[in-house]
Design a protein around this ligand. Structure first.
Ligand SMILES: NC(=O)c1ccc[n+]([C@@H]2O[C@H](COP(=O)([O-])OP(=O)(O)OC[C@H]3O[C@@H](n4cnc5c(N)ncnc54)[C@H](O)[C@@H]3O)[C@@H](O)[C@H]2O)c1
Length: 373
């Protein structure tokens, strides 16, 4: 059995840079044919400690302090796992060198920058995907199948909640809280995942209204313009369904709680990150029933091990990142048979919705989301 190998370069060896290092390694163990693996060629991070630790743990062949050195290598894929204000230049540089690009979410710190990034990358003709990883959770893909097949009838409501605690133990905060570096706070960091989910599962967001709140102050006084700690938005989707999105990064008791519910005329579904293999399904006249999305024939079943007489087993966040990595490797190698990943156009559209939510909260109005082509 021959295995195609893609030479990968990456910027960022922080939290998510480590996750991608792990996931792109793991993707090579998928049972999917044609078999495809990542060769982790070059990693850049300005922190010597971070890049050396990642290289020794995950097997990166070479490390650099400057991302431009990564782009000088012979690469088949570039991963941008840097902070939001580092998404633009390295990603465009890679695409203009003819390298397919995979960029973290949010695509940029504002809709204007995201639009410019999408257009510049699209003009090069390379494959481009944005890391909305929920699309690679088997239960989420199953939810999408149920909706697309009409099993739930016409969709009337989407609602979601994403709660975390992102303030350090002594109140210290990171670049994510800095409007100048990150753009929006909880809306862009957490809400963007669920905004993309609403679009992926039901349809485009057409209008929004919102409340935002900020409590956090930087104890060191270095970050003076702290972005939103939490938001609640209501909106409408293209099919007329109502939508609600709530997220907070200061919900102290929540390590990570993410959930969505969707109601249709024939059925309802609900899902929680903490029980990510399960989809709860309700039908009129009946109570909730829990469906484990691990059965033979379910989305991504057999990805790791053959399903069947030995049963099918649950997956976790780590494996879902590897599903995403495998999808990107196949796109980069030209062996993809269909990708559900978000493109940079999706990344731009989510950024436009994020900015409109901020503006609506500021103006205390319901605002239409106006997308640029
Ligand atoms: N898809 C997800 O579920 C998910 C989860 C977490 C973070 N993210 C996204 O991933 C991105 C990174 O977040 P993170 O949590 O890993 O941040 P982080 O702060 O943990 O890591 C960022 C890394 O980038 C490095 N860096 C910063 N500026 C640099 C520069 N100019 N050159 C080279 N290296 C530089 C830092 O040294 C750090 O190691 C963000 O866009 C974030 O929104 C996505």
């Amino acid at each position: 059995m021959t295995k195609t190998t893609v030479r990968v370069g990456q910027v960022g060896a922080g939290f998510i840079g480590q996750m991608h290092s792990l996931a792109f390694n793991n993707a090579g163990f998928s049972q999917r044919q044609p078999s495809i693996a990542a060769n982790l060629v070059a990693l850049a991070d300005r922190s010597v400690e971070a890049r050396e630790a990642a290289a020794s743990r995950y097997g990166w062949s070479a490390t650099y302090g400057d991302w431009t050195d990564v782009l000088k290598q012979d690469l088949g894929l570039f991963i941008n796992a840097g902070p939001n204000d580092l998404h633009f230049d390295p990603t465009i540089g890679a695409a203009q060198a003819g390298i397919p690009v995979f960029c973290e979410k949010p695509l940029a710190s504002s809709a204007g920058v995201a639009h410019e990034l999408w257009k510049a990358v699209a003009a090069t003709g390379v494959e481009h995907r944005c890391a909305f990883m929920h699309r690679f959770i088997p239960a989420v893909q199953y939810a999408r199948e149920l909706i697309a097949s009409g099993e739930l009838g016409e969709i009337r409501h989407f609602r979601s909640r994403f709660l975390m605690d992102m303030v350090g133990p002594d109140g210290e905060i990171t670049w994510r809280f800095d409007r100048g570096r990150s753009g929006a706070g909880a809306i862009g960091d957490l809400g963007s995942h669920h905004i993309d989910l609403a679009r992926f599962l039901v349809g485009e967001v057409t209008e929004v209204s919102a409340l935002t709140q900020t409590w956090t102050v930087d104890p060191s006084n270095r970050i003076t313009d702290v972005n939103d700690d939490s938001f609640i938005a209501i909106g409408r989707l293209a099919n007329g369904a109502t939508a609600s999105f709530e997220a907070s990064r200061v919900a102290a008791a929540h390590a990570l709680s993410g959930e969505f519910e969707i109601d249709g005329t024939k059925g309802s579904i609900s899902w929680k990150m903490e029980r990510l293999n399960e989809l709860v399904i309700r039908r009129p006249g009946g109570g909730p029933s829990t469906q484990m999305v691990t059965r033979s024939g379910d989305p991504l079943e057999g990805f790791w091990l053959p399903g069947g007489v030995q049963g099918s087993h649950p997956v976790g966040w780590n494996e879902c990142f590897a599903h995403q990595a495998h999808d990107m490797l196949a796109l980069a190698a030209g062996t993809s048979t269909g990708s559900v990943a978000a493109t940079f156009e999706d990344g731009y559209r989510v950024a436009e919705i994020v900015d409109t939510i901020e503006e609506a909260a500021h103006e205390r109005k319901m605002l239409p989301v106006v997308f640029k082509s």
